[in-house]
Design a protein around this ligand. Sequence first.
Ligand SMILES: O=P(O)(O)OC[C@H]1O[C@H](OP(=O)(O)OP(=O)(O)O)[C@H](O)[C@@H]1O
Ligand SMILES: O=c1cc[nH]c(=O)[nH]1
Ligand SMILES: [Mg+2]
Length: 221
Amino acid sequence: MSSAWGTAGNVYPSAHPLARHKLTLLRRKTTEPKKFRELVAELAMMLVYEATQDLPLHLEPIETPLTVTQGATMAAKIGLIPILRAGLGMVEGAWKLLPQAEVWHLGLYRDEKTLQPVAYYNKLPTEPTVQLCLILDPMLATGGSAIAAVDVLKNWGVSRIKFVGLIAAPEGITALHSVHPDVDIHVAAVDERLTTRDDPFPPGFIWPGLGDAGDRQFGTG
Ligand SMILES: O=P(O)(O)OC[C@H]1O[C@H](OP(=O)(O)OP(=O)(O)O)[C@H](O)[C@@H]1O
Ligand SMILES: O=c1cc[nH]c(=O)[nH]1
Ligand SMILES: [Mg+2]
């Protein structure tokens, strides 16, 4: 799968028609929280499928009812890292594909005025328990939250990390890529830009985007 976005070599917007269709339904302002949550879960499953195309496999002989043949099973321990709150809705879909994955929550919210990430929850054990981490967060806006999450995971001792989101702003991709160029970014779409003070929406939101992904899932907007 080749990257099709801008200068960053590791950004993978999904080209799948179903992803584009479901993202369109998700963006609509009339989509209610129940439908929104279903779409987030479905898109998460599709994007995790795409993000796991290079997983290492362990080859082993197996017996079918007919004969012995070569089998292949997953060789890496995987951690799903939902960023609270909005990333929570992506766990269900990701877990359907990776039922053996460990789930480690990170709590980060973006300060409304400074747009800086504020960490409020982290129960990672001292030693890493997984080899590959998939960060789950629908929105990559300024990139501050994603950078903070990758910082935490690298300090934990995990070196293979991918970001799986729904929509990214170019500004967020550039920021994440400049600090952590080794982190692949899998999204359903790369949007135009972030909002500024000249826009009718508060600054720092993804344009055209879908609004606040947490509020729309949890009905708090
Ligand atoms: O790239 P950034 O500029 O850091 O913005 C992205 C972050 O903003 C949203 O979370 P939010 O702060 O709204 O918290 P919530 O999930 O609790 O609503 C989103 O889910 C990301 O975590
Ligand atoms: O557009 C945005 C930006 C950050 N967080 C969101 O939920 N939406
Ligand atoms: Mg929010």
